[in-house]
Write a protein of this length. Structure first.
Length: 139
């Protein structure tokens, strides 16, 4: 009798495992894609930020470097690279005229994240060169 119950228990565990596997696969297939769930990037923009955040980003950018930095900090959890790095480079451009030390600080924090294959690498290198040269000329 014990052997029968053991076989029945093993068969039940296998059956439940197969049912769970089928359920998980269906669940993954039915999960909406990023583009369908409103997380798609705005047309012509890099991936990493939902199109719905675009108007707020533009407004923060028009508000100056302080407003842009507050917006970045507020939405950092919703942003991903390469778009996050691109937005931080926008901040570097805005703040660089009045506070080159802050621009260099942000560039230094971006350096480990911006790889050679990144779409913002060229812009990063140009800004890094600009602010390292500007820093070398300062007394």
């Amino acid at each position: 009798m014990r052997h029968v119950l053991t076989v029945l228990l093993v068969a039940t565990v296998i059956w439940l495992g197969l049912k769970f596997n089928r359920y998980a696969k269906e669940r993954i297939r039915s999960k909406p894609a990023t583009e369908e769930s409103g997380q798609a990037p705005a047309p012509g923009k890099m991936r990493g930020m939902a199109a719905a955040l675009e108007p707020a980003f533009e407004e923060a950018k028009r508000g100056g470097p302080e407003n842009l930095w507050k917006w970045i900090e507020q939405h950092r959890a919703d942003l991903r690279d390469p778009r996050l790095a691109d937005i931080e480079l926008d901040y570097v451009v805005l703040v660089g005229g009045s506070n080159p030390a802050e621009a260099r600080r942000v560039l230094a924090s971006l350096e480990p994240r911006v790889q050679a294959a990144s779409p913002v690498h060229k812009r990063f290198q140009q800004l890094k060169q600009t602010y390292s040269v500007a820093g070398a000329k300062a007394p």
